[in-house]
Design a protein around this ligand. Structure first.
Ligand code: MCA
Ligand code: AMP
Length: 482
């Protein structure tokens, strides 16, 4: 098999990563990941406490070298979610930074403190990635419409094929330096944002936390050539850029600005282009499929579309009966289905859910789109009202509803997404209280959710109702809420 990160063998004398003041060169990253990798056993799953720090990258790279599937964990996950992920994925051990404080559920597992410093020369080390390309590399947890999140098993082959497709679409090379501010426990931040630059032999500068000034600084004086962000970040850049000539110049000078994880509204595209002369490129993907389409740097700009299929990805539109839509009129809407080496292997431990996700070998994304005469796809919405995208995070309504229903003051609960200029959508909880005259406090309910789930899943607003609108079958009609 060919290595996922060839530069770990070539060891160019250049920086691989920079997080704040901390920089690791390729030889340093290779040495620390090899030493840590030697302490891991192939095929034992390892949980990685995925803070935005150098330790997370060393841990993931070590697991890749050892052939141990890595499960990146959101360090802000609530108790319920963490307990679920640990039971569902049964990691053999946890990798975390030496100063990280782990919650009780994790502290009970065997644990290795990740040390990014160069190990002594005589310490045992793994020298090459081993095992077949089809081996699971990462298990990334993602929300579904109902129930708890599922572990999406992603192979090394899928990652390699997809990153090479993106390199082709974006003319991405070892000379690129990425400015990065995304979390490291999802596909966008971890695969595109970290493994992407490493596979190319390039460099990534992580800001730790997003700020418009941080992005401006890295693009203007920090040597960065590109930025990957979610639409919320671009919205904040668009808000700031009109009155900030330094930011305008920095964005204008970038080689590539890429947005994804949710739709970037045309208005934000236009504001950024007007202030900087720069166009933002959109690409479309999903945890289960990695990236499927992108606007190409060598193609037409097409703001408001997610571009054309990547070279090794087959994309089709399908109507309600499951028939392929042949027209490319920019109007006919169908579900996007995809096929290719980019697809996930399975939902960990959920064979039925895996089987249901496919139609004759095609993965059913649940995203609805049109295709125009240039072959560009335009996402128009989702099949399900039970999935919410807020700040680029996918949030399943069912998971939040289940937690709300456990509160003694809640009789019925429905969760919806409402348009929000900054977050894309914001989470709204609709509650039928047990006692209409004495409903639970709104803050009490959001705190209850925040304790069990990650902060981005907590409702921004709670609204009380005497009853939920239901159809004859008793199903809540979410479109009537609001
Ligand atoms: C949230 N907060 C609240 C409430 N809700 N506080 C009180 N009441 C509430 N109801 C808190 C948050 O915890 C946070 O706390 C603070 O308010 C600000 O929240 P917010 O503005 O939402 O977030 P932010 O911290 O400013 O971050 C915005 C962000 C972030 C940086 C855009 O949403 C983000 O990193 N998004 C990236 C998501 C992502 O990576 N998606 C990729 C998925 P505190 O201040 O304490 O932190 S992979 C994918 O989608 C596919 C593959 C793809 O195509 O990429
Ligand atoms: P996740 O499950 O977190 O990986 O989120 C995947 C979902 O994000 C997709 O199914 C789409 O609904 C959405 N998505 C990702 N990129 C885009 C984009 N550029 N435009 C619109 N929606 C997007």
């Amino acid at each position: 098999m060919s290595p996922l990160i060839p530069a770990l063998e070539a060891e160019p004398a250049k920086p691989a990563l920079r997080f704040g003041e901390e920089t690791l060169s390729y030889p340093q990253l290779a040495a620390s990941a090899r030493a840590l990798g030697a302490r891991l056993t192939a095929r034992d799953r390892v949980a990685v406490w995925a803070t935005p720090a150098v330790e997370t990258v060393v841990a993931v790279v070590a697991a890749l070298l050892a052939g141990a599937p890595a499960i990146p964990l959101n360090p802000r996950m609530g108790e319920r979610e963490l307990a679920h992920v640990l039971t569902d994925s049964a990691p053999a051990l946890v990798l975390a930074g030496p100063d990280d404080e782990l919650p009780k559920a994790l502290a009970a597992l065997p644990h290795i403190a990740v040390d990014p410093r160069t190990p002594p020369e005589d310490s045992p080390a793994i020298h090459r990635e081993s095992g077949p390309d089809s081996m699971p590399a990462l298990i990334v947890y993602t929300s579904g419409t109902t129930g708890s999140p599922k572990g999406v098993v992603i192979s090394r082959r899928a990652i390699a094929a997809n990153l090479d497709d993106l390199a082709d679409a974006w003319a991405w090379t070892e000379d690129d330096v990425l400015v990065h501010a995304l979390p490291l426990f999802h596909v966008h931040g971890l695969i595109l944002g970290i493994l992407g630059p490493l596979r190319r032999g390039g460099t990534v500068h992580h800001l730790g936390r997003f700020s418009t000034q941080g992005v401006a600084h890295e693009l203007s004086t920090g040597g960065a050539t590109m930025f990957f962000g979610v639409p919320t970040m671009y919205h904040r850049l668009a808000e700031a850029v009109e009155s900030d000539p330094v930011l305008a110049q920095a964005l204008g000078g970038a080689r590539l600005l890429v947005s994804g994880s949710a739709a970037l509204p045309r208005y934000d595209h236009e504001r950024i282009t007007a202030a900087t002369g720069q166009r933002v490129i959109e690409r479309y993907g999903m945890t289960e499929t990695l990236m499927n389409t992108s606007v190409r740097v060598d193609g037409p700009a097409r703001p408001g579309t997610v571009g054309v299929p990547l070279p090794s990805v087959d994309v089709r539109l399908v109507d309600e009966e499951g028939a392929r839509i042949e027209t490319s009129d920019g109007e006919t809407v169908g579900e996007i289905q995809v096929r290719g080496p980019n697809l996930f292997t399975e939902y960990l431990g959920w064979p039925d859910a895996t089987a249901e996700a496919f139609a004759g070998g095609w993965f059913r994304t649940g995203d609805m789109a049109t295709r125009d005469s240039d072959g560009c796809y335009g996402i128009v919405g989702r099949k399900s009202t039970d999935l919410i995208k807020s700040g680029g995070y996918k949030i399943g309504a069912g998971e939040i509803e289940n937690v709300l229903l456990e509160h003694p003051g809640v009789s019925e609960a429905a969760v919806t997404g409402e348009p929000d200029p900054d977050l894309g959508e914001r989470v709204i909880a609709w509650i039928v209280p047990v006692d209409r005259d004495d409903p639970p406090g709104k803050q009490v309910l959001t705190d209850h959710v925040a304790q069990q789930l990650a902060p981005h899943k907590r409702p921004r607003e709670v609204r009380f109702l005497p009853l939920l609108p239901r159809n004859d079958m008793g199903k809540v009609m979410k479109k009537e809420l609001g």
